[in-house]
Design a protein around this ligand. Sequence first.
Ligand SMILES: Nc1ncnc2c1ncn2[C@@H]1O[C@H](COP(=O)(O)OP(=O)(O)OP(=O)(O)O)[C@@H](O)[C@H]1O
Ligand SMILES: [Mg+2]
Length: 363
Amino acid sequence: MKIVLEHLTKRFPNRNKKVREDVIAVNDFSFEIPDGQLIGLLGPSGCGKSTTLNLICGLETPSSGKIYFGQDDVTNLPPENRGVGFVFQNYALYPHLTVLENILFPLQNLKGQNRPSKEDMLRRATEAAKLVRIDSLLERRPSELSGGQQQRVAIARALVKMPRVLLLDEPLSNLDARLRLQTREEIRRIQRETKITTVFVTHDQEEAMSISDLIVVMKDGVVQQIGKPQDVYDDPVNLFVSKFLGTPPINVFAGRVRGGQLLLGDDAVLPAPGIPDQEVWAGIRPEGFVPDANGALQCDLIQVEVMGRDTSVVCRHGACEQAIRAIVASEARPNAGETKVRFALKPNKVHLFAKATEARLSA
Ligand SMILES: Nc1ncnc2c1ncn2[C@@H]1O[C@H](COP(=O)(O)OP(=O)(O)OP(=O)(O)O)[C@@H](O)[C@H]1O
Ligand SMILES: [Mg+2]
């Protein structure tokens, strides 16, 4: 089922008497989510992710704009008629019900001819439990499960109605790092097996990049960029997106372009062909630095951290406010005793942004 969002906007009244304007939680969001794909919706806290999901499932009605599931206009359809499975940000299981009863609950709530037979309900609940690998825990109560198992019960409960669309709002938020990794792979597997169009909300960029077919990066209710994770990483449209993706984060220098050259401080570090003279932000990915005795960029070496396969070189440069973090191959690392280090730069790992608008500059 493809989902089409057409100029979707959601305003909330502002309760702050000093501020007259409404809160615009989602601002003119247009996007066609292809059938059967997993979309990662990504952005800082308060950027409108949950509101977008609530609009898709019908818990909120848009102030303007339309939502289609396939050809059907569902903008004014109540949530129970949309065929959506939802795992909420604060998913809550019913503590007095067993795992099986929790999963059965949405089916038992169905009315009239939609209500399956008892045997059918049991079969579907068991299938959903199998899919998330909790079928051996059906008789337990939520308090007798680990956090990860509870979260999987919540996912089974969302799957049991065989939804046309699955919405997951930070479904891994309560898990430790290891379990998070496992469960996100699990979600990916289930999504591939069921081919349900899925929107997955997270503020963890690594999580979004690792499991999504497409990611949507939002800021202040406005979509910044939509694309395949690697494409968005390689070709960010603005400074915000470039800073939001990648660990360690991109290193941002205040620089300028003069005569087709990028200058950081007084050093011309890279050709910038076709870009008019101006002040710029130069974002350099950690993997864009190559230690080179003749390199154009000279930095003060602070420390060298060896982390298994890679080495992280921490250094400073007058044009960069923060400490710079470069990831280099172990054999190329500078000696810890040195005070200076020189780098050549990989051109495709350096992005230039206009100083004022922060939009990407390209030749
Ligand atoms: N019912 C409401 N009334 C007024 N403002 C609201 C309401 N719901 C959300 N907002 C505001 O809308 C904006 C977007 O909220 P939303 O919950 O969608 O953010 P989010 O991206 O999910 O954030 P988080 O990562 O913290 O969950 C926020 O500024 C929030 O304060
Ligand atoms: Mg939220």
